[in-house]
Design a protein around this ligand. Sequence first.
Ligand SMILES: *Cc1c(COP(=O)(O)O)cnc(C)c1O
Length: 390
Amino acid sequence: MELPGIYGESSAQTANYARFDVEFVRGEGVHLYDASGAEYLDFLCGLGVTSLGHCHPAVVEAIERRSRELIHTSNLFWSSPAEELARRLTAASFASNVFFCNSGAEANEAAIKLARAHAVAQGSNAREIVVLERAFHGRTMGALSATPQEDKQAPFTPLVHGFRTAPNDDADAVAAAVTPQTCAVMLEPVQGEGGVFPIPDAVLVAAREACDAVGALLIFDEVQCGLGRTGSLFAYQQTSVVPDVMTLAKALGGGLPIGAMLAGEGCTDALQPGYHGSTFGGNPVTCAAACAAFELLSDDELLEHVRGLGELLRGRLDEYGPVAGRGLMLGVELGDDVDARDVVKHMLFEGRVIANSTGPSTLRFLPPFVASAGDVDRAIAALDSALSAI
Ligand SMILES: *Cc1c(COP(=O)(O)O)cnc(C)c1O
């Protein structure tokens, strides 16, 4: 079938995305190419996924090799790529074991179920999960119920019961929200949607202490901010707090869909056989890709480059408004008189640089870790010309 490339109203897909009229047909490193061969600089990485750049040769090689051997067997049997990935993740973090699934929302669903099962295993009837304002944990019903954003939740009520929202910047209020009814506090150490916002250390400490006081689990959603994005392998490593549970996805598979829930000592056996599962979870091809990606993402030199380039980009963005974030997860507040969506469009179609907006006047950058200072120059030039044109 010959398709025209841009489908608009004639698309046979569900109309749940507001897409730009662009199709990329090839990617390499920091660049994407459309069918005419025009080159774009990708400073968004498919929403934080392709942190190693597009089609990284080590990831491509792992996918090729493993897909020739075996593509799927199910979790009725053992599979060495999943075991190898789990061992790498636990060796590099606080965690003792890992559950694999296929997305960030699914990883958070697993964490929610783990928290409730953990309470039951402790002989407690605590059911409540405390989440923070402006959080984003995903679109499935459980993860959506943990995402206190009116516009995302309203069409889908009734939601899953038992979620309670606390402010994202007030340590005392977070501590007060945790009661003997609480089985977990779930938060992103650096929030990514609705503006980039690193949760203050005092809030993280308060959450940790409040969880410890009532026997609740502290869950960090590092789906976006984990895996090197903020300049350390995991975002929690730049805070003074260690969680009990951590969820990962986005960059984990080097571009393939995979999610993971990592559990620390004390909650490793809350999910008993039959409690939870995923048909595709731990797939040999995605896990092989993830092993290849993880080896590269945990490289100290690469993480140092993320911190250095992050400082450079932050310094340049500072001239356009207040900048928030860490490493290469940065948001700049352009001011009330600027519609960030117009800036994104202009940057895409005129400057051929990809960024996105979270919130009406916030521009978000999630550049690939393999970007250079020259790429930062190109992104800033595109931003500059978009702002002068608007
Ligand atoms: C993207 C994201 C999710 C959801 O991940 P999906 O793979 O889209 O389900 C959850 N939490 C955070 C922090 C995210 O950024």
